[in-house]
Structure formats: structure tokens, C-alpha cells
Design a binder for this molecule. Sequence first.
Ligand code: OMP
Length: 276
Amino acid sequence: MNFIDKLLHAERLNQSMLCVGLDPEPSKFPGAWKGDASRILEFCQAIVDATRDQVIAYKPQIAYFAAHRAEAALEQLIGHIRRVAPEVPVILDAKRGDIGSTAEQYAREAFVRYGADAVTLSPFMGFDSIEPYLRYEDKGLILLCRTSNPGGSDLQAQKLASGDMLYEHIARMAQGPWNKTGQLALVVGATFPGEIERVRELAPTVPLLIPGIGAQGGDAAATVRAGWRAEGGKTVAPIIVSSSRAVLYAGSGDDFAARAREAAMAARDELNRARP
Ligand SMILES: O=C(O)c1cc(=O)[nH]c(=O)n1[C@@H]1O[C@H](COP(=O)(O)O)[C@@H](O)[C@H]1O
């Protein structure tokens, strides 16, 4: 099954647009685990076990593993997700972007080593930096378009000679000529609902990965209204609304996994209530 079919299936199965971002930060771990990077796998597994029926996807961020020499834990974590939540797609958040020959290695890392269903990419280096990933025809390529951080405007909101802002141009490319496999998606921050709406106009059918609810203060209801599209009750353009810290660190004691579940359920319900 390709990435978008998996997404649509998980959305229906778990009635959810919520993605839990797996960004393990040992200094924020609960109780006696605080500061202990050897608990990364156990911590993330507990979060997955507590939320696996609440999510459309999981999004591990590779830096949180690599920084602690915990790439093996990331491989094991993805194996764990495959066992306990086989229908939930895994998005490797790596934000890669490099020339074609190096991109081939990054694509292999994401799709062969980690076996992810999708990877986040920076499109800054142009189409030939994306092309090697397109050879994995069933896999999702999620291009940064209008990111959630304040500095996202520095480049993405600059006007091009065509009159488009850079992020608008990226949205057009993803809907059109770059979308050779039909598996492209775009990142648009929940902190910019106006821009989510604009991206939806330019890219009416591509899935959107929308981080920025929770810790970054984005408006969950505005996000759904701006980004989710359905026809006859069926989703035509899914959204993957991602939250990391607000779920992972909802509790700081022994009951951290139960607190994470509550936070995920609350976020999922809030998103569902906002469906038009
Ligand atoms: O690609 C992403 O996931 C991403 C894009 C973006 O525009 N902003 C953004 O915060 N993210 C990621 O989302 C996660 C932050 O989630 P919170 O802890 O919920 O704020 C981190 O893993 C970021 O790398």
C-alpha cells in the first residue's frame, strides 16, 4: 500500500488526524529516567503503546536519536511500531536536502535502513535533489513549504519574479510537475492558518503535514478548517496534524504514558470537532 492510501486507512481506522511526533529529549524524561539517554527506546515505546489507537501517523525526528548515538533505538522503535500499530504510517522527520548522488544515500537511509513510509525533505536545492527519493514509488516525500517557525518567513515569504511567494511556488510544484508518483505532501505550520488556506488553494489534493499545535501555540480548529477537505464524507486531502512536546511531556511522573494518552485523545477530539 502506498503512503497516501496508508494515511487514509489510518485516518479512518483511528478516526484521527493527529500525528504524535517522537522527539525524545532525556532532560524531559519522567522521574528516575530524567537525563538518561539509555531510556530513549523504552520512553518512546511507552508513548506508542499508549497512543497507537489515537493517531494517523508517528513522526520520529532523527536528530533526537542521532544526537545520543541512539540510531539503533530508532530502528528498534520503528520495528515496535510495525508490531503494535502495523496500520499506522511512520514519517521519518529528517528534513534532508542535497545533490542527487548524496540524496540517493539519504533515500536509502530513510526507506531501506529505517523502512519509513515517508520522509521530510527540504526542497531548497531543487528538483534534482528530490528525484532520487521518487524512485521509491510508494513512499511519501513531504516537502517543507511554509514552516511553523518565525524565521520561516525569511525565505519562504519572499516574492519571486513570477509574483508568487517562494512557499506558493513550492506548493504549485508539489501539486503539479514534481509530483511524479502522486505521493508528495507539504509541510505547513499550524501557526500560519492563512497560509494553510493558500497552500490548499494551490495544492488542493496533496496531504499536508501540519506541525505547530500544542507547544508552538497553533490553533487546532483553524488548522482543520483551513486544510482538511472531504467530499461526500470521504477525505480527499488528508492532513497530518503533528504534536510532539505537548503529548510526550504531558506528565512528568510514573503515569507519563497515561498523561500522554489523555493529551493525545484531547488533541484528536479537538481536531475531529473542527471538521466542517
Ligand atoms: O517537519 C516538521 O515536522 C516540522 C516542520 C515545521 O515547520 N516545524 C516543526 O516544528 N517541525 C517539527 O515538529 C516538531 C515540534 O513539535 P512540537 O514539540 O509539537 O512543537 C519538531 O520535531 C520539529 O522539527
